[in-house]
Design a protein around this ligand. Structure first.
Ligand code: ASP
Length: 341
């Protein structure tokens, strides 16, 4: 990575707050292509910082960030916590299992409580689609959606795009634009906020997106969002440049959606033999948590020259640093960031 690649490209987006004129980050659906590129470019400086021994910046010193997680998380919660701390903020995690939510408090009352504590940013994960938007309406600070039900997981899509950009650059491609790339997303598309956010993000960056799932796990009408729909995994893989595998979201399923994990693996599991049907050198991605032997085989998940799964995790910290930094600029009085739409 050269120094110039690490710096935001001033010519690609409007100056100051107009580069990202949003108070909150609720979904990729609210973003323009140049706003996505802006966040990706902003994240490059944090990728660089995170690769050094001294990983600290004090840009958010004195600010309080609350991570309010109403659903389980490993990667997202940890990386938001690390991101906030590396930027110098005070970070507090609220786990719903240990909170008054268990005592019957409503989401709105929880939001009002968090607001009264004068948080400077609130990061929320919730099992209901739209819950983060509801909270954003009730609080005075930026809200970042860390996954709301089946709806969106915007920072996941951004980190996926950043990981892909880095992998492409290492192969000598520009990585700035995904035009010409075919990306196959396979798994439980119906229940996946990752699939939805990625579809929006990858298409905005120019990629062709194929979605593959058994009919019962494919949302009806998804073609209207521009996706190519497949039920045959081999056909969906044919010539693809990137294969993104998704877990079966059993916690969101009521009833039986697949005959058995064994049969699912037979039809939709990514094995080395199956990967050979994708394009030469196709990259493998997975947002985690993985169920090895179900949607992906271990030898594929760990393929050193093809799998960028750990790279996705690395980029997650940098992306979340970029989002926290950008969204708090107005409150911090950063020059040019006073006005937000
Ligand atoms: N970690 C991702 C999410 O929170 C994917 C998954 O759980 O399967 O949506």
């Amino acid at each position: 990575m050269t120094a110039s690649q690490s710096q935001p490209h001033a010519s690609r987006y409007p100056a100051g707050a107009q580069a990202f004129p949003h108070r909150d980050l609720l979904g990729i659906g609210q973003l323009e292509r140049h706003e996505i590129l802006f966040l990706l470019d902003e994240a490059e400086q944090w990728v660089d910082l995170n690769r050094q021994r001294q990983k600290h910046s004090d840009s958010l010193a004195g600010l309080t960030i609350i991570n309010a997680f109403f659903e389980n998380s490993t990667r997202t919660l940890l990386s938001f916590e690390i991101a906030g701390k590396r930027l110098g903020a005070d970070v507090v995690n609220m786990h719903a299992a240990q909170s008054s939510v268990k005592k019957g408090e409503t989401l709105i009352d929880t939001a009002i409580t968090l607001n009264a504590m004068r948080a400077d940013a609130i990061v929320i994960r919730h099992g209901s689609s739209g819950a983060t938007g509801l909270i954003a309406d009730k609080v005075d600070c930026p809200v970042l959606n860390a996954g709301d039900g089946q709806h969106e997981h915007p920072t996941q899509a951004l980190l996926d795009a950043l990981a892909l950009r880095h992998a492409l650059r290492e192969r000598g491609q520009s990585g700035d634009d995904f035009t010409g790339l075919t990306i196959t997303i396979c798994g439980d598309i119906l229940h996946s906020r990752v699939a939805r956010s990625n579809l929006l993000c990858l298409q905005a960056l120019g990629a062709t997106v194929r979605l593959c799932a058994p009919p019962a796990l494919m949302p009806s009408g998804i073609e209207a969002m521009g996706a190519q729909v497949f039920h045959d995994f081999d056909a969906a893989l044919d010539g693809a440049n990137v294969v993104m595998m998704l877990r079966l979201q059993t916690e969101r399923m009521s009833g039986q959606f697949i005959p058995s994990a064994r049969e699912y693996h037979h039809l939709y599991g990514l094995t080395a033999a199956r990967l050979a049907k994708a394009g030469e050198h196709a990259l493998v991605m997975h947002p985690g948590p993985m169920n090895r032997g179900v949607e992906i085989d271990s030898d594929v998940a760990d393929m050193i020259d093809r799998s960028i799964i750990t790279r996705q995790v690395e980029m997650g910290v940098a992306i979340r640093m970029a989002c926290l930094d950008v969204l708090t600029r107005r409150a911090r009085g950063v020059e040019g960031w006073g006005e937000v739409a």
